[in-house]
Design a protein around this ligand. Sequence first.
Ligand code: ADP
Ligand code: MG
Length: 552
Amino acid sequence: MQTGKIGVTSENLFPIIKKFLYSDHDIFLREIISNAVDATQKLKTLASKGEYNGDITDLKVQVKLDKEAKTITVSDNGIGMTAEEIEKYINQIAFSGANEFLEKYKNDANAIIGHFGLGFYSSFMVSEKVEIVTKSHKEDAKAVKWSCDGTPEYHIEEIEKEKVGTDIVMHINNDSEEFLDESRTAEILEKYCKFLPVPVLFGKKKEWKDGNQVDTDEDNQVNDTDPTWTKMPADLKEEDYKSFYRRLYPMADEPLFNIHLNVDYPFNLTGILYFPKIKNNFEVQKNKIQLYCNQVFVTDSVEGIVPEFLTLLHGVIDSPDIPLNVSRSYLQSDSNVKKISSHISKKVADRLAEIFKDTRDEFEKKWDDLKIFIEYGMLSDEKFYDRAMKFFLFKNAEDKYFTFEEYEKLIKDSQTDKDKNLIHLYTTHKEEQYTFVEEARSKGYDVLVLDDVLAPHLISRFEQKHSDKQFVRVDSDVVENLIKKEDSTKEELSWEQKQELSPIFQAVCPQNNTHTFIVDFQDMGEQASPMVITRSEFMRRMKDMSAAQGGM
Ligand code: ADP
Ligand code: MG
């Protein structure tokens, strides 16, 4: 039996672990299990290099609860550790500048854990004592047992252990007894471990017998070791993607599209992103993307990692290259993360362009649901805007879809303003602006429907980006002129007449109401012809803008 002291600076460590790592206690299980998974993967690697000749056909991790003894034990048949390795990897928590660091990050548990490989030590958040019982895969290695009760002192002794591998025995402290509850542990395993690459066993499979759920003899495996995103796209069918979506979000509607990411240069990243069906209030659905690191769940809060507009998507991203355990502000400033973010944006745009090209009918059918994502992306990401020009669709009043380029061909030659800008006529409300839409259409002009919440912003962006194009709502004065060019029978009111009529219109159309209306001149004893009043596009936009800002 040998006794020693852990690390040099670890006097500071245990209080920090206990005190500051309070927020996410349940990650101890993720850390201990992912170490066990790593250990089995390492053994596999050694075997593939011919450096280990033992059996590797049944690599697995087992989680056991013992309520009486108040322990959680995580066992693996992985690589194991020698006494020297325990000394090196567990006892020497070698990091420099620890005090300074701990001071800086004392409120950020994840930063500490990730930065300095405190993975194993996170077990002390929930344990009054932790034991490592391990036997190395190395020939003639002696099995050892290490134990530590949360003071910097540890004990290590030789023991008997038949099989290669490691058991981590956590003696759960009084404050953490919730973790001895089977359903709580099952819940944590489902959250962090459901896609780990090695079978993780917990409890027995259940079956129904006489109306009760009873244990069978069969071990219950909690994870799917080959989740869909790790497979090659060529080996997958539409249904595979859909069933994976259901596995992730059992309650959600079927998604619109999926995008299978598979990047190996300049960084590694795989994943599947889904465009969900948007319900009325899309705010609610943000941040559904799950982030994994080698199939270990890390977080479902991906802001700062994927481009802002893609936080509306669902799915999974897995990358060993994203520094996952560090703080959010660190992530957002990390240049690697920025590169990853812009690359994801590019991949998504490329894939959409491909889907549009290959299956335009399908794409058009889904466009009304899809467009809010695209518009948001175009407004928030310059590069995405340029890429989206290939597949962004305009819908006209007859529900036909056009790309930007296609639509331009539909615009009449005469459809220009005095500065020779091409006029894109649009309506924000087909029913309310019906008369104007019909008027324009009867004259052979096509009218676009731009009716969603982002449309006004998108219109300004279009005009900024394409200085020879103007967007003009069907009820504005420019259209009057366009139409009049061909239909000169209409007379314009003189300035005096307009002045005279103005109070009447003000009365019918108080401030914030619709800007357009039709007056029947019969009442006025004039010719019985309806007359259309318009307001200039510019004035209307100004007014809409200040209305949106709560003015007027
Ligand atoms: P990290 O996993 O980031 O290296 P940890 O604190 O989680 O940091 O683990 C420290 C080290 O302890 C590991 O790198 C590994 O060498 C060793 N270790 C931990 N758990 C096991 C295990 N179950 N089997 C073998 N080695 C382990
Ligand atoms: Mg670890």
